[in-house]
Design a protein around this ligand. Structure first.
Ligand SMILES: *Cc1c(COP(=O)(O)O)cnc(C)c1O
Length: 430
């Protein structure tokens, strides 16, 4: 067993001053038990905790670090920008440059606005959609995460009524009632809701590849169907590409599937590991945003020069030929290897994978919806997670999150991970 004394001490201290000892809930290991490791540093595909234990990292800060940790080009860009001042609250050239590059990568984003997080991006895009359509209702999918704005922390109500309920304390029922919820990959449910709420639905927001209930990929025709139904009903379509943007393809899921949303939300990769995000879309929609139009939205640190510099450096490196092929090769190799080992040990798992994203579900068959996903065996996942951790592999501390490969992951890393999985699976089988 690795020594974790210092992490334990820090966790004690942290719990006295930070709720649950953390600044974002999944970090607290509640889904898998045990003491969360406190990280000291990262380099490439590896991280080291405060007790000196080394891990192959599959968190990648939950998505931003598609290049790996502490990449020299990104650090230089951040440091250069920092030397000139960390924030101004006055327009800078870097914001224009990054906006042009993002728009060129995703032509549906004719205009965009940088914000300080993915949460702000989705919240603001929805405000624009409501203003543009003059309607209030939004439609989201069960198991999709779009940040923690009130109207998006909503789950499907029980029973036949299409009544939604808050998914968090502190969200007024009146807010939840403005959000409709459908199962992922279920176009018939979307049609039914549009039938019931004809001219009241402003917008459908979706993760074009769902990566917050574990990985759940869209079935053929699902995204096309959303495009068709929204257009037919005068509603807008938002792709929340906070994870998928610059991750599954340079042009995001919209390039991969050739489906064009009205508005797109970005975060994570686009700002290269610094806090930030963006939303954008057709020019006439974005011209509704202040100061051009009546939709108010602002931010003290929006378009922060360090974040812009990190984004520019990251996207620059991602433009190199072969990037996305390499990411997909790593994802495929790992998913195949994990599945193979589980087969050999007669442990039923499914490992859905798309590009550098994958999830190990302890169930038969890849899930297509949240209801499917939550049937995965949580105890087994927790044992698997701790087995990997003891063997120097840091997988998501929750059965319903994705593991992220980066360009820094080597074949040796992936092989070591597969061998660690063999050890972990063999241990809890006996
Ligand atoms: C992470 C995430 C968000 C929220 O972004 P934050 O920067 O954490 O606020 C929104 N949507 C999706 C799909 C995400 O994965």
């Amino acid at each position: 067993m690795p020594n974790t004394r210092r992490s334990e001490q820090l966790f004690e201290r942290a719990q006295r001053i930070l709720p649950g000892g953390v600044n974002s809930p999944v970090r607290a290991f509640r889904a898998v038990g045990g003491t969360p490791r406190f990280v000291a540093r990262g380099k490439g595909s590896h991280i080291w905790d405060v007790d000196g234990n080394e891990y192959v990292d599959y968190i990648g800060s939950w998505g931003p670090l598609v290049l790996g940790h502490a990449v020299p080009e990104v650090l230089d860009a951040i440091s250069d920008a920092a030397q000139r001042g960390t924030t101004f609250g006055i327009a800078t050239e870097l914001e224009v440059e990054l906006a042009e590059i993002v728009s060129a990568a995703m032509p549906s984003m004719e205009m965009l606005r940088f914000v300080a997080s993915g949460t702000e991006a989705t919240m603001s895009a929805i405000r624009v959609a409501r203003a543009a359509t003059g309607r209030d209702l939004i439609l989201k999918f069960e198991g999709c995460y779009h940040g923690h704005a009130d109207g998006l922390l909503v789950q499907a109500g029980s029973g036949a009524a299409a009544q939604s309920t808050p998914d968090s304390a502190g969200v007024p029922a009146a807010y939840a009632s403005q959000t409709l919820v459908a199962p992922y990959n279920d176009l018939a449910a979307v049609e039914r809701l549009f039938g019931a709420y004809r001219r009241s639905i402003a917008v459908v927001i979706v993760e074009p590849i769902a990566a917050n209930m574990g990985l759940v990929t869209p079935q053929p025709g699902f995204l096309e169907g959303l495009r068709r139904i929204t257009t037919a009903n005068g509603a807008l379509l938002i792709f929340d590409e906070v994870i998928t943007g610059f991750r599954v393809a340079y042009g995001g899921a919209q390039a991969l599937f050739s489906v064009t949303p009205d508005l797109t939300c970005l975060g994570k990769v686009v700002v290269g590991g610094l806090p930030g995000g963006a939303y954008g879309g057709r020019r006439e929609l974005m011209e509704l945003v202040a100061p051009l139009g009546p939709v108010y939205q602002a931010g003290t640190l929006a378009g922060n020069p360090l974040a812009m510099a990190a984004g520019l450096a990251t996207l620059g490196l991602l433009q190199k030929p072969g990037t996305y092929e390499r990411l997909a090769q790593s994802g495929e190799y790992l998913a195949q290897g994990l599945w193979q080992v589980a087969q050999e040990l007669e442990t039923p798992i499914a490992v859905p994978q798309l590009g550098s994203l994958l999830t190990v579900f302890f169930r038969d068959g890849a899930p297509w919806s949240y209801r499917d996903a939550i049937t995965a065996d949580r105890q087994r996942y927790a044992a698997f997670f701790h087995g990997l951790l003891e063997r120097g592999v840091y997988f998501p501390p929750s059965p319903f999150e994705v593991a992220f490969c980066s360009l820094a992951h080597t074949k040796e890393d992936l092989d070591a991970t597969i061998e660690a999985a063999r050890g972990a699976l063999a241990a809890f089988r006996s």
